[in-house]
Design a protein around this ligand. Structure first.
Ligand SMILES: Cc1ncc(COP(=O)(O)O)c(C=O)c1O
Length: 389
């Protein structure tokens, strides 16, 4: 069976890079692409890649910007017009006023995360992370010398975060709490009242809102904006606007944190490509209509995927209510999710992410992204049924 090879430690590398674990979703994806290049038919359920096209207005704006030579550096915080559009959009979605000066634009949500954790985490600081979690959170915390502390969330209860559990894990070293609703990999949606309770704990909150808007079954939208705690809202264009490859995201930060984040952005990023920022402005102004269409399609695919997986024997106690992932219990098919995922890829061409990527809490699970066509879902289920059914 194929497995990624990790080189032995090289003496002149810093120890810091050792604490960053490989991102298994990308490892599966990269192996899947290599198999495709060999002529294999691969079905991609492993990465969170919407199968919708980016809004046409964003593509037009990019081409026009390139045609008028908008190929230079911009303000490190991002173009004012984009920051104004982001503030307006966030305000229209949450009802909470956002000052464009609180916004720092980054090349994707991931670099925004990097800036925020570098601002918050000193060596030895603890950061509370509901588990299962998005793998980059603990990796970034460890990268800055911090210690991730996991808050287990029960699959049987829809991966709800319990404020009392969070409180019981707080110590004198606790520096921040990470939240995400809807969440990757679980599709869990929290209640706004839980955010309020968590805010009462008095910790800075890092709230990853990249899937906000992709909600089903009338699930509520949650934001950390407007809470009493200092909140760092991470967001971007990859999911809601199907613009993964544009690499465009942002952080909305408390006023007192902006100058520091700005300095970090000047040094690490300089600026986001001008023409990409123009695409962002166009998407915010005119691309919103695609969101409803995407959400309706994902909603139907969610049911198709979950029903099909349950028929094969995967355990999914509670329907995911947001984002476009389902974390499916697969213990009966193999103890190691990593071995199972790579073996399924080699044997069936079905690419899925091993649960262990999302922490020990998700070992024994596989994560399926259902932002793919009905045909891909059906064909994937048939192939899985043949080897597991
Ligand atoms: C929860 C979460 N946050 C952040 C990201 C990174 O997004 P971006 O493409 O904006 O860097 C992802 C990507 O899948 C994600 O699932």
């Amino acid at each position: 069976m194929w497995a990624a090879r990790y080189p032995a430690k090289v003496t002149y590398f810093s120890d810091r890079t050792d604490v960053m674990a490989p991102f298994l979703a990308m490892e599966v994806f990269e192996r899947a692409v290599a198999l495709e290049a060999e002529g294999r038919s691969i079905l991609h359920f492993e990465v969170g890649e919407p199968d919708f096209a980016a809004p046409s207005c964003a593509i037009t704006a990019t081409c026009e910007a390139l045609g008028s030579n908008r190929t230079r550096y911009t303000d490190s915080r991002g173009l004012l017009e984009l920051r104004e559009a982001i503030a307006e959009e966030k305000e229209s979605r949450t009802g909470i006023q956002v000052d464009p000066d609180q916004v720092i634009v980054t090349p994707g949500t991931s670099p925004a995360m990097l800036l925020v954790f570098s601002l918050l985490v000193s060596p030895g600081d603890e950061v509370l992370i509901p588990a299962p979690y998005y793998p980059c959170y603990p990796n970034f915390v460890r990268f800055f010398g911090g210690v991730p502390v996991y808050v287990p969330c029960d699959p049987e209860r829809g991966f709800r975060i319990e404020a009392s559990r969070v409180k019981s894990l707080m110590t004198g070293r606790t520096k921040a709490l990470i939240l995400s609703s809807p969440a990757n990999p679980t599709g869990a949606v929290q209640e706004p009242s839980v955010y309020q309770e968590l805010s009462n704990l008095g910790l800075p909150i890092v709230s990853d809102e990249i899937y906000d808007g992709l909600l089903y079954d009338e699930a509520p939208s949650c934001t950390a904006l407007g809470l009493d705690s200092p909140s760092f809202v991470l967001d971007g264009f990859s999911k809601r606007y199907a613009m993964t490859g544009f690499r465009l995201g942002y952080v909305i930060a408390p006023e007192e944190a902006v100058r520091k984040l700005h300095t970090l952005a000047q040094n690490t990023l300089i600026s986001v490509s001008d023409f990409v920022q123009r695409a962002g402005i166009a998407a915010l102004r005119d691309g919103f209509s695609t969101l409803g269409e995407m959400r309706d399609a994902y909603d139907a695919r969610r049911i198709r995927m979950v029903n099909g997986l349950r028929r094969i024997g995967f355990s999914i106690p509670v329907l995911p209510r947001g984002a476009f992932y389902v974390l499916a219990g697969a213990k009966k098919f193999g103890e190691s999710s990593r071995n199972l995922a790579f073996s399924l890829l080699e044997r069936t061409g079905v690419a899925v992410t091993p649960g262990i990527d999302f922490g020990d809490e998700a070992e024994g699970f596989l994560r399926f992204c259902y932002a793919v066509s009905d045909e891909t879902i059906d064909e994937g289920l048939i192939r899985l049924q043949k080897v597991l059914g």
